[in-house]
Design a protein around this ligand. Structure first.
Ligand SMILES: Cc1ncc(COP(=O)(O)O)c(C=O)c1O
Length: 321
């Protein structure tokens, strides 16, 4: 059994015993909100910002999870503290919050204690995420526009981070079929929105551009990037951006919680700039590392050769009764 501990509905339980009902509204409708936070040097990065977004998502979904945001923060820190000793000291963590409306009332007779929202907080070592990702820091990523478009905010507001994400999944599948490219979804007006798990930035003549925070998840890493750009004095503009702006950009990069920031080498099959990480990206990458206090690129390359062994050991631990 893995030693990891999960918070689930008022209790700390071993990860292998954390179960959600097949009657849960999450399974029935994707009716739930979630958050993914990471640690740098064991410290959660912008946890309160993630929790603010979680509580905003819950508000939109009209789910009362039964915990105040302060209680959620305390439980999150406690869950992390319980898990940190289960791994080597250099291991950073993913922290996942999953909150659903709970089992559908129709099936309430199957729940002796009554139905309540399902609240879980789990921690997973980042080795499999960033170790598997490391090479992208070297090669950059290739971006394409998939057939799948995004859902505009007036139909379903994507500022809420919910598990109703089939459109993102379709875009990912289309990207995979196109040779492992990263899909950036367009909104119905043809403007760039976001990737299935990341926000996009373009650079032109030393100025950073990113889509308005309208038909996109307002990424915590997106916000951090906008703030960090102020440190070396790089201007950032939030505006409508189309295929043309991307094709004529000097640099393109993506941001997300696990890997923070990565550069793109091509857009729709055409090389971005000279295909190398550009000066604005380099500056921001260094600022990111300074601000979070961890060289997460070196860390990812350090994890990379250990992933297979770690997975083997984890599978062994999980298989033990
Ligand atoms: C659709 C979408 N856009 C953007 C992001 C990036 O957000 P963050 O920087 O908070 O990880 C995510 C993260 O999961 C996402 O799912």
């Amino acid at each position: 059994m893995s030693d990891r501990i999960v918070y689930l509905n008022g209790q700390f339980v071993p990860e292998s015993e954390a179960r959600v009902s097949i009657f849960d509204s999450a399974l029935m409708y994707g009716d739930m909100a979630f958050e993914m936070t990471r640690t740098f040097g064991h410290k959660p990065f912008r946890l309160r910002e993630h929790l603010d977004r979680l509580y905003g998502s819950l508000r939109l979904l009209e789910i009362d999870c039964g915990l105040s945001i302060d209680e959620m923060e305390k439980l999150t820190r406690e869950t992390l503290e319980r898990n940190i000793p289960t791994e080597a000291d250099d291991m950073d963590w993913q922290i996942m919050h999953d909150v659903s409306r709970g089992p559908l009332p129709l099936y309430s007779s199957a729940f002796a204690a009554g139905v309540q929202p399902t609240v879980s907080i789990n921690c997973w070592p980042l080795i499999t995420h960033t170790g598997g990702f490391a090479n992208n820091y070297r090669t950059g990523v290739e971006i394409m526009i998939p057939a799948q478009q995004t859902i505009p905010a007036h139909l379903l507001d994507l500022k809420a981070k919910t598990r109703s994400r089939v459109h993102y999944r379709m875009a990912e599948l289309q990207g995979q079929r196109a040779g492992g490219r990263w899909p950036v979804l367009l909104d119905p007006d043809g403007f760039l929105a976001e990737g299935p798990g990341w926000n996009i930035f373009l650079v032109r003549d030393g100025v950073i551009f990113t889509p308005e925070p309208r038909n996109v998840l307002n990424g915590v890493s997106r916000n951090a990037t906008i703030e960090f750009a102020e440190i070396p004095g790089i201007e950032v503009r939030e505006t409508n951006l189309g295929r043309y702006e991307a094709l004529t950009a000097d640099e393109i990069f993506c941001t997300a919680t696990t890997y923070s920031i990565v550069h793109a080498t091509s857009f729709e099959g055409q090389t971005v700039g000279d295909g190398q990480p550009g000066p604005v990206f380099q500056e921001l990458l260094n600022t990111w590392k300074d601000q979070v206090g961890v060289d997460f690129v070196t860390q990812a390359f350090d994890y990379a050769p250990r992933v297979a062994e770690w997975q083997k050991n984890d599978a062994k631990r999980t298989a033990q009764p």
